[in-house]
Design a protein around this ligand. Sequence first.
Ligand code: SF4
Length: 231
Amino acid sequence: GALLELEARVSVCRACPRLVEWREDVAVIKRRAFADEPYWGRPIPGWGDPAPKLLVVGLAPAAHGGNRTGRIFTGDRSGDWLFASMHRVGLAAQETSMHAGDGQRLIGGRMVAAVRCAPPANKPTTDERDTCAPWLEEEFRQVLPSVRVIVALGSYGWDATLRTMAASGAVVPRPRPKFGHAVEATLPKPEGGTVQLLGCFHPSQQNTFTGRLTEPMLDAVMTRAKEVSDD
Ligand code: SF4
């Protein structure tokens, strides 16, 4: 109920002029390989289990990935890495995520982007980040009660998670835990109990092409996430 309403409201958001223009331009111009496909060209809502144990927090949709398919991490290289790993450890039903009707399903998990519209060069401005923050805060409020573990992708996902937790009334440890691959921090939830925050290098081509992030490294974090969520 409430999550579907949030999804409907966010998918028509036009609060960031630069991102609205970009997401719509990309959807008209397209990439040649996808010239015959319709593009979503709108904000990408959270996706997955409505009462998840695991929450994956990414940066923003890819221009020809989520912005094309309408589903987070679907139809792009980062998603290929992420879903393959989640499938290997039992967190996703299929190893690929190609389009919204492919039957893919997260097992006890949910994915959200800190900024919900595709930004030029994958770089939202600070203003855009802050303008989009209330959507993430509302999603956290709705799903956090069931969440045991958050996988934050990149320092952007890590900082967005800490900022959102603080905005939801949780007491974030001081000094603030620093991002790193496979770094863990325990965060108190505002309603009581704790959530385990796991850092993970973002599976962007910048990291996967250079070997900064390898499949075993990604699997190690996802295995740990599965272990905590099954506890
Ligand atoms: Fe709205 Fe967020 Fe998209 Fe900005 S980035 S237009 S706040 S959904």
